[in-house]
Design a protein around this ligand. Structure first.
Ligand SMILES: NC(=O)c1ccc[n+]([C@@H]2O[C@H](COP(=O)([O-])OP(=O)(O)OC[C@H]3O[C@@H](n4cnc5c(N)ncnc54)[C@H](O)[C@@H]3O)[C@@H](O)[C@H]2O)c1
Length: 364
């Protein structure tokens, strides 16, 4: 099978898990495979992906081979496959813009971003010369300008874009139109996890609704110790994240909750948790006879492999769109793998739509 050539923007923990996974699954027999939603998508297996370009701004990553950069500090996710071969792909220096928040300077180097003292490189040229077909955006939450800059680079280079972060690109009408006009697929925004806080909260909210229980109040508090959580200590960077996570839950309720009765978001940074994310979820409602009930749940997951489980699906669906000459928003895989797609669907419906897309019964 021909390889799917991808570029990565932001060689952090999510990129590390994704790239480790590409090699981890290489010699697996289908019967032994765990942790993958589809082993085969249109003939493509998880290992039929090749990283051909990578961009970052951190001095411990820029200039190094991607296979080394994914294990460089401040990355701290679980190493489940350490033998990633040298890829011959050097991490290029990107454009910093608003990628690095001012408060990040106040933390020890091992735990924070350190901007490289390098000249910014020509991203459009890098993408064109590398042969990348699809780019994944993995830069920090709140990187509004930087994300728009990289999305425009992809438009100029004619490369598909999978926007894993909560800056609205696929769900922005203007950007969606530009990708459609150029015939370039786009998937977004803000990647879901395989079993993360959002999908769990959505599933339980739907259960309440299906069983006639009126959900009256809910919160979802999340803590973690990676740079993603450190970055999110700056509340002014969280506007889109909060919208994305809150709408993901509100959209499955028959009647959305008043703003004061729903609180969802990253809540604190606990350094020793590293890439382990803990979610505390509470839901209060009324059952038969208006009698009160509540549910409390604690979910503990390694954050980055959890997102890679969705990215490995999105990449292969995006490749099918490229092969079929389909540009613009890929509605089904965006609804299935992203928290803030242009159109929200209940998860089981989104799953059905993805199956139809893969088999060719649905255009996008
Ligand atoms: N882990 C998950 O389950 C999950 C879910 C949804 C969304 N996300 C989002 O995905 C993104 C990546 O997550 P992560 O855990 O890998 O983050 P991370 O902090 O580990 O990695 C971010 C990387 O981006 C680099 N960077 C910063 N500014 C940049 C710029 N201007 N240009 C290029 N590179 C730049 C940093 O040096 C770092 O290597 C975050 O925005 C996160 O919120 C993750």
């Amino acid at each position: 099978m021909e390889k799917i050539k991808i570029g990565i923007i932001g060689v952090g923990n999510c990129a590390s898990s994704l790239i480790q996974g590409i090699y981890y699954y290489k010699n697996k027999e289908p019967k032994d495979v765990k942790g993958i939603m589809h082993w085969d998508i249109g003939g493509y297996k998880p290992y039929d992906i090749e990283v051909v370009a990578a961009i970052d701004i951190d001095k411990r990553k820029v200039g190094r081979d991607v296979s080394e950069a994914i294990f460089a500090k401040p990355n701290c996710t679980t190493v489940f496959y350490e033998d990633v071969p040298k890829l011959g792909v050097r991490v290029a220096m990107g454009r910093v813009l608003d990628g690095v928040a001012p408060h990040m300077k106040n933390y020890p180097e091992d735990r924070t971003f350190v901007v490289a003292d390098e000249e910014e490189e020509d991203i459009v040229e890098i993408l064109k010369n590398s042969g990348a077909e699809i780019v994944l955006n993995y830069i920090p939450v709140g990187s509004e300008e930087a994300t728009r800059y990289y999305a425009n680079c992809c438009l100029e280079a004619g490369v598909a874009f999978i926007n894993c972060i909560p800056v609205f690109i696929a769900s922005d009408k203007e950007f969606a139109r530009k990708f459609e006009e150029k015939g370039i697929p786009i998937v977004g925004d803000d990647i879901k996890a395989q079993i993360g806080a959002t999908i769990t909260h959505r599933t339980l909210a739907k259960l309440f609704s299906d069983r006639g229980v009126k959900l009256e109040r809910t919160y979802q508090l999340n803590t973690g110790g990676n740079t993603d959580f450190l970055n999110m200590l700056a509340r002014d960077r969280l506007k889109s994240k909060k919208i994305s996570k809150t709408e993901a839950v509100q959209s499955v309720l028959a009647q959305p909750l008043e703003e004061e009765n729903i609180h969802i978001g990253p809540s604190d940074y606990v350094p020793w948790q590293k890439d382990n994310k803990v979610c505390f979820l509470r839901m209060e409602g009324k059952i038969f006879g208006d009698v009160p009930m509540n549910l409390e749940l604690r979910l503990s997951v390694e954050d980055s492999p959890n997102s890679a489980g969705c990215a490995i699906e999105a990449i292969r669906c995006c490749k099918l769109a490229l092969e079929r000459g389909i540009g613009g928003v890929l509605t089904s895989i965006s609804a299935y793998t992203m928290k803030h797609p242009p159109i929200q669907f209940p998860d089981e419906k989104a799953r059905e739509m993805v199956e139809e897309f893969i088999s060719g019964k649905r255009e996008r």
